[in-house]
Design a protein around this ligand. Structure first.
Ligand code: G3P
Length: 220
C-alpha cells in the first residue's frame, strides 16, 4: 500500500517528502496554479534534492497528441531533469485520455487516469492499460454520493477479474477518508499535508506522552 503526499507546496514537500512513509508525490494543475509553479523542470529540480528516488505524478492533459508529447517528454528528458525521477503522467478520464493511455502503456510509460467517479470509468481505464485509476473521494462525497461505496465497488470489480491496475484514492479531506480507503484495501492513497498531520494526532497519545514526560525524572 502506497501513501503519496498530495501537494505542490515546497515547504510541505520539504517537511514530509523524504519521510519513509511517503511513497511519492501527486500534483495537479490547480496546485501548480495556487503555488505559482511556472516550470515543471524547475519544480522537479527542487524535488531532486528532497525525494530523488520517489514517484512523482504530474498532469498530462489535452488532445491525444498533446498527452503523448507531455508524457514522453517526462520520461525522455535530458539528464539532470525529469528523467532522474520516476514520473507517472496523470491523465483526466475521457476518450482522448483513454486512447493516449493505451498508446503509452505499450511504451511502458506509467499513467494514472484520474477524475474517475464510477466502476465503469475505472474498468475502461484499466482495460486501456492505466497503471493507476484515481477515484476522488471528497469530490464524490461533496456531490452527495458515498465515496466508500465507490471505492468498494471498484475494488470488488478489480478483484473479480484480477485487474492489476492499482486503485489510488484521492481528494482525501480527513483521516477517516484514509481509514475507509485502507479498510477497503485500495493500493494507494494520496493525502494532503494537513491530513497527514491529523493522522499523527490522537488525544490519548498526547495525554500518555505528557504523563510520561511528567514522570520522567533526571533524564532530560
Ligand atoms: O489531485 C487530485 C485530488 O487529490 C485533489 O482533490 O478535491 O482536494 O481538490 P481536491
Amino acid at each position: 500500500m502506497k501513501l503519496f503526499l498530495d501537494s505542490a507546496n515546497i515547504k510541505e514537500i520539504e517537511e514530509l517528502g523524504s519521510s519513509e512513509y511517503v511513497y511519492g508525490l501527486t500534483t495537479n494543475p490547480t496546485f501548480f496554479y495556487e503555488e505559482g509553479v511556472k516550470s515543471t523542470e524547475e519544480f522537479l529540480s527542487i524535488l531532486k534534492d528532497i525525494m530523488p528516488d520517489k514517484e512523482i505524478q504530474l498532469e498530462a492533459m489535452g488532445s491525444v497528441d498533446e498527452i503523448l508529447k507531455i508524457a514522453r517528454d517526462y520520461v525522455d528528458s535530458p539528464p539532470g531533469t525529469s528523467c532522474e525521477h520516476n514520473i507517472v503522467s496523470k491523465v483526466p478520464f475521457n476518450e482522448e485520455g483513454l486512447e493516449a493511455v493505451s498508446i503509452l502503456s505499450k511504451e511502458s510509460i506509467k499513467t494514472n487516469v484520474h477524475l474517475v467517479y464510477s466502476v465503469n470509468q475505472a474498468v475502461l481505464a484499466a482495460r486501456s492499460g492505466a497503471t493507476y485509476v484515481c477515484p476522488l473521494m471528497g469530490r464524490f462525497d461533496d456531490s452527495g454520493q458515498n465515496s466508500s461505496e465507490l471505492l468498494g465497488d471498484i475494488k470488488t470489480t478489480f478483484d473479480n477479474y484480477n485487474i492489476e491496475t492499482e486503485i489510488l484514492a484521492a481528494s482525501v479531506r480527513h483521516p477517516d477518508h484514509v481509514k475507509q480507503a485502507l479498510l477497503l484495501g485500495v493500493d494507494a492513497i494520496t493525502i494532503p499535508y494537513k491530513v497527514f498531520k491529523l493522522m499523527m494526532d490522537h488525544p490519548l497519545t498526547e495525554r500518555g506522552t505528557r504523563a510520561f514526560e511528567n514522570h520522567t525524572v533526571g533524564q532530560k
